[in-house]
Design a protein. Sequence first.
Length: 253
Amino acid sequence: MALFRSAPRYADGDHIVVAGARVRLHVSGRASRISLRIDATRREVVATAPNPRRLPEAAAFANQRTAWIAAQMASLPEPMILAPGMVIEVLGRPWRLERAAGRARWRPAIADQPGVLMVSGEGEAFSRAVVRALKAEARRMFTDRTAFYAKAVDRPEPVVSIMDAKARWGSCKQPRRAGFGATAEVGRVRYSWRLVLAPFAVADYVVAHECAHLVEANHSPSFWAVVHGLVGDHRPYRAWLRDHGARLHAFGR
């Protein structure tokens, strides 16, 4: 029997389980100490260390904070399965989900009743059909608003695509400039389809934010000046995403 047991070796990105929760070990050169935070979108804890050598300390610290981890994870929104009869908000307006044969159809609201989104399928198939309809609506809205804001910043309209990223709501790749006989590329912008579940003004802010990156590829004061010129004060929209983002990521799980 060995008298001494070597300390566990960890690498950036490794996972351990504490209080029934996944804890991701992370190295950040910007960190000055060991810390814990909740990644609500991934439904996991992040234990951060300033360098790889201190990852065992980060793991040990997580194991010392079991009560805090359990309480934080319990406060996260429960995964929400999309089912007939449920009412969801799409760009700030209520829509009731109903089962119906054929392709997805949106029936507008009448009087004070919510609109109706009709899709086919049962169980998980129904939920997947709802998500497909939401992605199609997201693509339509984001394509339209991207064209609007690209024109506002005097840039060619970028290619729009939809994603389901856990760490960001949108991303922008500036167009590649032509050179040495090459044809210039247009910009490319990606949005999380889940933004269609946010109020219109919040989703629209993300579009403006990404289109501002067609002008400034960073988050400098010049970039935020472009954003302000498009949507005014951005702080309420960012606060809404910070406070409600986990709920959006709980849909369709």
